[in-house]
Design a protein around this ligand. Structure first.
Ligand code: NAD
Length: 324
């Protein structure tokens, strides 16, 4: 029976790992992400199952090789956390989950956009302090009269485009590759035109180190329509926090929401007290602009559907590789 050690399993996720185990794999569930200090827990296993921000670097993979681990699988789309060269050198097989629920992330992006658009966070926070006055900050726009620009019209971007279209918004897209399926749903334009025309800009491109680092920079933001809002649920490395802060402080950008930050493993996996411990001090300044800035803790895929699909596909990956 295949013995799998699963790293980064939050306590509330554990029942799903057991309930979906239709192949009766022998499971060890570890709550902590994989680090150099807990890699040795993988001894006496055949396989590891990771999630994002698990450090499957050469150091830890070298230990895994010594333990006889053959399979280094991840239940994520991205594989930036795995040293693929080392896996190939050590003869370890790698698999990922190419898609688990585009709706999970698309719905979060839509929610954040609507919250910024309708000043929802402002109103509900105010009410929680027993202030029920309808003031000028509760005055807002409606999405169906607006233009939404989607950058990266892949699985998530296309799903979000359909959701926004369902609300009556005019949706345009920009992508380095324009699929026929996407072209049937929305018109494509250039990046500059999308930024100039859109009331909401939503980013859904992969982070490609060395190619699109800090793609959302001062020049990108200057090209955005004055008073527009920006949503990033893709990767933190795409955003220049200081440039976004400057655009908000100058009121060129009306609102900003993000599910992601650069150096997330230093940020989202612990709480901060005092603020000085933050990896980047501009994060505090951004967070303090609430409710014009909304931050979620990389929770876009944290839904029952997404988790179930991640686990089921991972188990199928193990089963397929054992039976082919
Ligand atoms: P996908 O591969 O289906 O789509 C990505 C699209 O971006 C593709 O159409 C591609 O051609 C396009 N693209 C790539 N580089 C581009 C560029 N520089 N400019 C414009 N377009 C570009 O991926 P997906 O499943 O839709 O996921 C998109 C991203 O969402 C992932 O790469 C990941 O970073 C992020 N994501 C976030 C969460 C979360 O929890 N917040 C979860 C899953 C994925």
């Amino acid at each position: 029976m295949l013995k799998i050690i699963c790293y980064g399993v939050r306590s509330y996720e554990k029942p799903y790992f057991h309930d979906l185990n239709k192949y009766n794999f022998q499971l060890t569930l570890v709550e902590e992400l994989l680090t150099s200090s807990n890699a040795e827990l993988a001894q006496h296993h055949d396989a590891v199952l990771l999630r994002g921000n698990c450090a499957a670097n050469r150091e830890n993979l070298t230990k895994f090789k010594a333990y006889g681990i053959q399979y280094v699988f991840t239940r994520t789309v991205g594989i930036n956390h795995i040293d693929l060269d080392a896996c190939s050198e050590f003869g370890m097989k790698v698999a990922r989950v190419p898609s688990y629920s585009p709706n999970a992330i698309a719905e979060l992006s839509l929610t954040l956009a609507m919250m910024l658009f309708r000043h929802t966070a402002y109103m509900t926070t105010k009410s929680s302090f027993k202030n029920f006055i309808v003031d000028e900050h509760t005055f807002s726009k409606e999405i169906h009269n607006c233009k939404v620009g989607i950058i990266g019209v892949g699985r998530i971007g296309l799903t979000e485009a359909k959701l926004f279209k369902g609300l009556g918004a005019s949706v345009i897209g920009y992508d380095v590759y324009q699929s026929d399926v996407a072209k049937e749903v929305i018109p494509f334009t250039t990046l500059d035109e999308l930024l100039a025309e859109s009331d909401v800009v939503s980013v859904h491109v992969p982070y490609l180190p060395g190619q699109n680092d800090k793609m959302i920079n001062a020049s990108f933001l200057e090209k955005m329509k004055k008073g527009s809002i920006l949503i990033n649920t893709s990767r933190g490395e795409l955003q220049d926090n200081q440039a976004i802060l400057d655009a908000l402080l100058s009121n060129h950008l009306e609102g900003f929401a993000t599910d992601v930050f650069p150096k997330e493993d230093e940020l989202f996996f612990r709480s901060f007290d005092p603020w000085q411990m933050l990896p980047d001090p501009t994060i505090q300044k951004l967070v303090e602009l609430y409710p014009r800035v909304l931050v979620t803790p990389h929770a876009g895929s944290n839904t029952v559907t997404a988790l179930s699909n991640m686990i089921e596909t991972s188990y199928d990956n193990f089963h397929d590789i054992l039976t082919t």
